[in-house]
Design a protein around this ligand. Structure first.
Ligand code: AMP
Ligand code: ZN
Ligand code: FE
Ligand code: FE
Length: 286
């Protein structure tokens, strides 16, 4: 069966390298039928994507977002699928967390300079463009300066969570992210959970907090990992989601849209959940 669904994609509105229009053209060319655009802390790519998708009536775009959250010792990413991105409170909250990204990126650039790897702040801002600024933009600036061959290498010792230049920023808890997503009528699904410590416990907690899905069919994961995650999803009653987490970084071995994704049944189930959630959303705002 060809892959028809990809529920995890980034654009230039966050740290992806394709514009929403370019991404839509790519996934349509790969004959994907349902895709979710899930930029970090921003949904501003959706309007352009919907405009571009008019040329591809067979393609459905799910409005999504990926929220970075923190638990002690770990970063948890929470996908919001079928979010009402026009909701004012939802947008105000995203804007607040995007602001935190700017000061923190600046701090990392300062730390890199102190470590003997100066990059121009203006250049980092330029690379980030109009979207949500993030570590991959700094990594790209470091590559341009010749400190590394690939952005990935900048994460190893410098930009990764335990890296020398890493700086924290204000983040929500995963429970707060679930609440924000449910308040916008969306379905919350934990992203790339395989490496999280104490996963079973965390899934139980987040399920109780209103999370309804988890990534299983994640292109980076091999068969045994996906089987383990599929079992966990079943045990906890979570919809098995997934996709490529495509950024168009151009790194060797990068997974592409269409490489792996959940079955169409997942997309159908998510839409049903979103319909039900839309009726209950007010309860998540009180
Ligand atoms: P930020 O949103 O600024 O915290 O950056 C998060 C993004 O950086 C992720 O979505 C990945 O694209 C990238 N990233 C995080 N950790 C690594 C890593 N160890 N290697 C390569 N890319 C990473
Ligand atoms: Zn990203
Ligand atoms: Fe992520
Ligand atoms: Fe992602």
């Amino acid at each position: 069966m060809p892959v028809e669904v990809d529920l995890h994609l980034h654009t230039t509105q966050s740290d992806g390298r394709l514009t929403p229009m370019q991404l839509v053209q790519l996934v349509a060319g790969k004959r994907l039928k349902v895709v979710a655009i899930t930029d970090h802390d921003i949904t501003d790519g959706l309007e352009e994507a919907y405009e571009a998708a008019k040329a591809f009536p067979q393609l459905t775009i799910i409005p999504g977002v990926e929220l970075s959250t923190d638990i002690p010792g770990n970063e948890v990413h929470m996908l919001g699928l079928y979010v009402d991105y026009q909701d004012a409170y939802f947008q105000e909250t995203l804007a607040h967390f995007r602001e935190g990204r700017v000061g923190r990126a600046r701090e990392m650039v300062d730390r890199l300079a102190a470590l003997g790897m100066p990059v121009d702040w203006e250049r980092v801002v330029q690379i980030a463009g109009e979207g949500a600024i993030g570590r991959p933009h700094i990594a790209q600036a470091l590559v341009e300066k010749g400190y590394f061959q690939y952005p990935q290498e900048a994460f190893e010792n410098y930009l990764g969570r335990n890296g020398l230049a890493y700086a924290e920023r204000e983040k929500m808890t995963p429970q707060e992210a679930v609440r924000l997503i449910r308040g916008a009528g969306g379905v919350a699904a934990i992203a790339h959970p395989a490496s999280l410590f104490g996963l079973d416990n965390l899934l139980a907690q987040l399920k109780a907090a209103g999370m309804q899905g988890m990534e299983v069919h994640y292109a980076e994961y091999d068969g045994p990992v996906r089987t383990r995650l599929a079992d966990a999803a079943k045990r906890h009653g979570l919809v098995p989601c997934g996709g490529s987490d495509y950024h168009a970084f151009g790194t060797p071995g990068e997974r592409l849209p269409g490489d792996l994704g959940p079955p169409m049944q997942t997309a159908v189930r998510l839409r049903e959940l979103a319909h039900a959630n839309a009726r209950e959303r007010a309860a998540w705002r009180s």
